[in-house]
Write a protein that binds this ligand. Sequence first.
Ligand SMILES: *Cc1c(COP(=O)(O)O)cnc(C)c1O
Length: 386
Amino acid sequence: MIPYGKQDITQADIDSVVSVLKSSFLTQGPQVPAFENALIKATGADHALAVNSATSALHIACLALELGQGDILWTTPITFVASANCGLYCGASVDFVDIDPATYNLCPKALEQKLVHAKKEGVLPKVVVAVHLCGQPCDMKAIHALSIQYGFKIIEDASHAIGGRYLKQPIGSCVYSDITVFSFHPVKIVTTAEGGAALTNSKALADKMALYRSHGITRDEALMENASHGGWYYEQIDLGFNYRMTELQAALGVTQMSRLSEFVSARHQLAIRYNEKLAELPITLPYQLANTYSGLHLYVIRLNLNEITKTHKAVFDELRENGIGVNLHYIPVHLQPYYQRMGFKHGDFPNAESYYSNAISLPMFHSMTHEQQDEVISKLTLILDA
Ligand SMILES: *Cc1c(COP(=O)(O)O)cnc(C)c1O
């Protein structure tokens, strides 16, 4: 089976992890700051906090933005559940904004309409999570302008988008947001096995997230309430978690980050080949927003179901039966049973539901060979022709 995504591990990656195993620190040593510096260097953000997953990064980002009971978080329904769940972790409620039918990202026009209505009702969001689906940046300028007008904070869920650019700025620069989150799960662009990071240009937000990452404990006397008792002394000044990344993971992250531009440009080469060789099929190819460079975590096609005799499910199943490890990103979050129990239902976000009715993620990963890609293309062509 050709998977839809997978990691690419070199001997350099292996050597760096093994050297950490032989060193004094398996956690809380020099590798985590080195990885954070690599993220800062790649993005231009002022601060980076490496954590054990993007889910944890989203949680501490929401906490740092003081999202809590009575507050509201908005995100897109076409995302992994974690982009919404982070609001629930904080006791806030969650709502969704429908997607743009061309980019599949949260639609700034739908956002504006919902904000106008929410203002009248007194239910404005405190945080909006903008997800760069497939690696294609959201229209951040428009979302940022609305955040000033309506007073909400922005988290970019850039789990798909490391190595991409928006208006020449690297994703993660936080020029148009308060915090940007990355995921380093093995299917993503860069991996640390499990792992994530939160980036920001605000020292205050970075300090808060550092506390939440590690139990709410500080050894910084400037932050303590009492005078230090001695060299052993630390204070818990807030309620935090253990969301720390290990040294093994961070060391892998450092060597992986050295290949970031290689990873993303290889994905672009594959996308160009897909675009050329799939152009005649009864499908809609990915749309590229002007002035952006996608991280290209995913290559999503949509079946033009009115031009083919097979169903979405039949095409998907036949691809899998033929060894093509396609996937579907994502089931609209509002249709998950847990969210339906909150009152969300079919019909709430028509563009998201229409996307779900015909989208398929084709295999896309750094080490994919042209032979593998041609196999995907010929199987898809055959299945759609029959
Ligand atoms: C993968 C992913 C996450 C969660 O990442 P983890 O590191 O597995 O916690 C969150 N949001 C999006 C959009 C993702 O793709």
